[in-house]
Design a protein. Structure first.
Lengths: 125, 414
């Protein structure tokens, strides 16, 4: 995927996209972005998946909220469903209108979902 | 006139691909549906005949290299190609420039293959080591962020495997091998000469200078080659010696014809294939994350600005000629341009002399190789125009070739 396509795929709602737009022709920015990507490569270049993840997710025993996009065109919507299935008692909240960049597209709604969850957990304990 | 050694080198491209505006990259993602094996068979044999012809014409060496999943150069296994050339020649030196060490799961396979070739050929192999281009890390899915570490660990392991008796144990960060004990060991002692082709990263240059390995610039403009040679010289100075010309190589395609006008007319379209189609590679394929350090990337970006270095696909033919990415012309013109490298830059090895590029047909390649050998080479050789292997000139990078290296200060007492 070309870099321009990645941006188009990350967002469903472009209202806040300006917050994360940087100038890749600025050498400092280019080097910083490259170094960040290099760290990701160290962790996840190969393999790009973790066959042990389902087994590990089953061990999660704390109250769990999965915050998902309404339509994630980068990763698809299946991973959220899968996490919800594998973690006992997990609940899934999808933030309306969002794509992969949930916290940039709908910061208030994402934060509210987390706050509501925390309050709920506090009451039940 | 100072001497220059001439190494023939063909990239073995597959030229029949769609026009560049129809695809993203000639590497990684260009569909292999465009590859016709029957035409591939014809091309391989034509290219290999050219490598064999290099010996008859008195080239000092002929080279092969390693690239994966692309139409620019169809040699995923350079050792297969070297084996073919070794079997069909008697004397010429065969440069593998080089095996891409980090791409191998086990570097002992490289130690074994190169040693086999060296023994079969009676010591005619030059062993280049490379990391592979960034594109290779997408194609083979090796982790680019471990590339440099794996390169040097693989290098150290191979060198030890070649120079020390086995079995011994290797416990490295990336390779864990209980019995290192390759049969055969290389023919040349202590080991085949090592060359390091590079793209101009300071890490590679200083490591090459430290070990006195010949360093080669690939398809770079003259000014940038000079800048990198200066870096090598400074690194060598810190090690207490002055590099010999045989330590400074440049890979620059050349085309010679009767006159400048004929040369440009015959070469232009094929040179443009190489730079605008063969080298059509987006940055995100060229520099996968972690392939280079942030520090090196910064150096490269600043250098690119300072020397006004354009991406290959943006260079015009005039720029390719003026900045000397390639050298094209009558024998007089080519001699004059090459002598800048020998006289002013102190280079001693030209790789890519008389090279086939892009979709250049066989007749032009043979004409170019012949004219180059007969009209250009004599200007950089003693009378008789004999290749290095007939004159007993040591292989660049061998201990004998470095014997004349000037020490800048006395060796420390043992």
């Amino acid at each position: 995927m070309e870099p321009e396509q990645i941006f188009m795929t990350l967002f469903n709602d472009f209202a806040n996209v300006g917050e994360v737009i940087v100038d890749p022709n600025d050498i400092d920015v280019a080097v910083h972005m490259y170094e960040e990507a290099s760290t990701v490569a160290k962790l996840a270049w190969n393999p790009r998946y973790d066959r042990k993840l389902p087994r590990r997710l089953r061990r999660v025993s704390c109250p769990t909220l999965i915050v998902g996009a309404e339509n994630d065109r980068l990763l698809g919507d299946e991973p959220c469903d899968r996490y919800t299935d594998l973690i006992a008692g997990a609940t899934l909240t999808r933030i309306p209108g969002t794509g992969h960049a949930i916290c940039i597209e709908q910061p208030e709604a994402a934060a509210q979902a987390i706050l509501d969850f925390q309050v709920g957990v506090g009451r039940s304990q | 006139m100072k001497e220059l050694q001439f190494f023939h080198f063909g990239l073995m491209p597959y030229p029949h691909i769609p026009p560049p505006e129809e695809y993203e990259s000639t590497w990684v993602t260009l569909s292999n549906k465009h590859y016709d094996p029957v035409e591939g068979h014809r091309l391989y044999n034509e290219y290999l005949d050219q490598s064999v012809l290099a010996e008859k014409l008195g080239y000092d060496g002929t080279c092969v290299n390693e690239h994966h999943q692309n139409a620019y150069g169809t040699m995923p296994d350079p050792n297969v190609m070297a084996s073919h050339i070794v079997a069909r020649t008697e004397k010429i030196r065969v440069g593998i420039i080089g095996n891409a060490l980090p791409l191998h799961e086990n570097p002992l396979r490289v130690a074994e293959s190169v040693a086999m070739l060296d023994v079969m050929s009676g010591g005619r192999i030059i062993s280049g080591f490379v990391r592979g281009t960034g594109m290779e890390y997408h194609s083979l899915r090796a982790n680019p962020a471990h590339s440099r570490e794996r390169f040097w660990e693989a290098h150290d392991l191979i060198m030890k495997a070649w120079t020390e008796d086995g079995p011994f144990e290797w416990r490295g960060k990336h390779f864990d091998i209980p019995y290192v004990n390759p049969w055969p060991k290389p023919y040349q002692q202590p080991h085949p000469p090592i060359w390091l082709p590079g793209q101009g990263s300071m890490e590679t240059i200083s490591e090459a200078a430290k070990r006195r390995y010949p360093f080669m610039m690939v398809f770079a403009p003259l000014a940038f080659t000079k800048f990198n040679y200066d870096m090598y010289r400074r690194a060598a100075e810190e090690e207490g010696y002055e590099p010999a010309p045989e330590q400074l190589a440049f890979c620059t395609g050349t085309y010679v014809a009767e006159t400048d006008e004929i040369a440009h007319r015959e070469a232009k379209e094929h040179i443009m294939w190489l730079f605008h189609r063969g080298l059509k590679v987006p940055d995100y394929h060229f520099f996968p994350p972690g392939y280079t350090s942030g520090k090196s990337l910064r150096g490269m970006l600043i250098g690119k600005e300072k020397f006004n270095i354009k991406d290959h696909v943006d260079l015009t033919y005039e720029e390719l000629i003026d900045q000397q990415y390639v050298i094209v012309g009558s024998p007089e013109t080519v001699v004059e341009k090459l002598s800048v490298y020998t006289e002013e830059l102190g280079a001693g090895i030209l790789v890519g002399a008389g090279m086939q590029v892009g979709d250049m047909p066989n007749w032009k390649v043979v004409k170019n190789m012949t004219l180059f050998a007969e009209e250009v080479m004599p200007h950089f050789r003693p009378p008789g125009n004999k290749p290095a292997w007939e004159r007993g000139v040591p292989v660049p990078g061998s201990p004998e070739s470095l014997a004349g290296t000037t020490r800048l200060e006395p060796a420390p007492a043992a």
